[in-house]
Design a protein around this ligand. Sequence first.
Ligand code: MG
Length: 382
Amino acid sequence: MTKRIALLGSTGSIGQSTLQVVRHLGQEAMQIVALAAHSNIDLLEQQALEFKPELIAVYDQPQAHALQKRLPGQNILAGMEGVKAVAALKSANFVVSAMVGTLGLLPTVAALQAGKDVGLANKESLVAGGALVMALVKEKGSRLLPIDSEHSALFQCLNGENTKAVSRLILTASGGPFRNHSLEQLEAVTVDQALKHPTWNMGPKVTLDSSTLMNKGLEVIEAHWLFGIPIDQIEVVIHPQSIIHSMVEYVDGSILAQMGVPSMIVPIQYALTYPERKNGLMSPFDFAKHGTLQFYQPDVEKFRCLRLAYDAIKTGGSLPCYMNAANEVIIQRFIQRELSWLDIGRRLEDLMMRHQTVPLHSLDDVLQIDQLARHDANSFKL
Ligand code: MG
């Protein structure tokens, strides 16, 4: 059956790679029926002309109107309602959810409510509303397929196995650009340095989160929800080469690892073709070129965001959602040079300590906590 794909976040890094995979797999197998993007209408216009989608949504209202002027015959919607309409489009049978940050939550929920299978690159959806999103997946009988490289690796290593036989999920982390920095050096980190990742080429939010290891913390929470594995059985190991994308250790002592050169093409294609495998775009792996694979314990004193993420999911309730939204704002304040790189973790910890954790019963509860965290993180004094 042809996959009829609604792609959310088409102009971002994952979105562009998804289109590369769709081009490679061809019209018979994959069609783009709808595109949604935040605001980059120059690229979105090119994508529209190439893939001729039935519907387009632009989150940014003025940009939506500007694109409508350029493409008068095209059906274009604006704002979150537009993005949700793309996610729930009748003719789509698969949604790739790749918008950045908490913005991705509502469209992901809209896709699941409409009974779509979802390829999930937006980890924030599960961090903010994991229990609610997973309940919805169960209720609708939809598939939620991971596109994050670590989770695709875990998913592949868990394929056909009984999760009761899992002793540990082991997520690998590159360690980011400051893996070997002393506290003194971390004190002096600049925005430009934090925006350069040693092994992965990604958007600014994920790149900054990788530098603080918050990205790995969010991924631990994501893995907990996706695979239903208790948090104390999920560990992180620093693996600077990023060749092993993650591992599963079983009770008999066997460890399965998924590996390859760092590229989002493989996890995206696996989510799109699952449960089948199709010819890919990667060259054969050259073992001699990758002769050294190293592993280290993460330093949660220097990289306190990783510890904070564990604290958040162990406490549960509203705290992961609160942490996630507060982190997004603090990252922005770092980019605007209002605070230092080390302040990201310090400020986040202060805010989390002061937050009164409450249970989350509904999507409205999630959105309220998200707003509260944004308000708190925007209003603390420097
Ligand atoms: Mg990842």
